[in-house]
Design a protein around this ligand. Sequence first.
Ligand SMILES: Cc1cc2nc3c(=O)[nH]c(=O)nc-3n(C[C@H](O)[C@H](O)[C@H](O)COP(=O)(O)OP(=O)(O)OC[C@H]3O[C@@H](n4cnc5c(N)ncnc54)[C@H](O)[C@@H]3O)c2cc1C
Length: 288
Amino acid sequence: MIPAPFDYKVPASLEEAVGLLAGDPDGTKILAGGHSLIPAMKLRLAQPQLLVDIARIKSLAYIREEGDQILIGATTTHYQLESSDLLKDICPLLPLCGASIGDVQVRNKGTIGGSIAHSDPAADWPAAVLALDAELVLVGPSGERTVKAADFFVDLFTTDLQPGEILREIRIKKPTGRFGQAYQKVPHPASGYAVVGVAVHLVLNDDGSCKSASIGVTGVGAKAYRAQAVESALAGSNLDDDAISAGVSHICDGVDPNSDLSASGEYRCHLAQVHTRRALQAAKASVQ
Ligand SMILES: Cc1cc2nc3c(=O)[nH]c(=O)nc-3n(C[C@H](O)[C@H](O)[C@H](O)COP(=O)(O)OP(=O)(O)OC[C@H]3O[C@@H](n4cnc5c(N)ncnc54)[C@H](O)[C@@H]3O)c2cc1C
């Protein structure tokens, strides 16, 4: 399929991009890696009048430490996150999640900001940023605001981004203490998207019991979510097989699981239990 006609602009700065978007917020789309937007345009599910290409604004792609935070620019690609030695050292969940996405072409072009802004129910990054309790920095015509990842994902392909706003940065508190992380996923055999994906950030007490388990789940419901009932069940437990089994039985609490050609809702919940268990075990094994 061929997209409907559209205009294309390459701003030199984020400020210019915000200005272009403000000109016609409904008819304009931000273009980042294009790996979700261009397919949607080819199917004519999206027919923007104007594309504003932010992938060429070099200052929007970075991974750096600042104080007790990790800062990630919105146009940082999946590959840049997957291959970051800094992140492998201080927050391995991010490289693990990035490495699980699609194939090498998708990872070379697709961006973390595009994935989070798009909020596909089967996208991987939403699970990771939820588990890491990330903050998202949004910039629009009336300035900048910060939203917690837990408040950002609203519904199917729907986020808290308001017309005219651009996701500029992802902020994550540097993990501290005795922590371990893991990402486990059942990839769709054709696309690699998550039939189910589970991100875990686990913190242990000195005696090896669970101080906290933060669990982000994607692929199961209309949007990615924090598995709070599992987290509560695990807090304070000794994380043995019985404790983990009891905890993961709550993985679909309060969620209406998707049913489609890949998996029924019931099977998705089963997969989510199995992969949450695996992610918790892998996270525990990775604690140093
Ligand atoms: C074959 C294939 C396999 C894939 N497999 C996977 C997979 O396994 N896991 C997975 O998670 N994803 C997968 N994807 C999706 C891929 O990761 C996309 O890159 C990602 O979903 C969107 O990022 P993008 O940079 O390409 O965004 P784009 O396609 O450029 O944009 C997507 C949407 O977000 C908006 N947007 C982009 N950036 C911003 C911003 N900074 N602020 C505000 N709005 C913005 C755009 O306007 C558009 O509406 C796959 C895609 C393909 C084509």
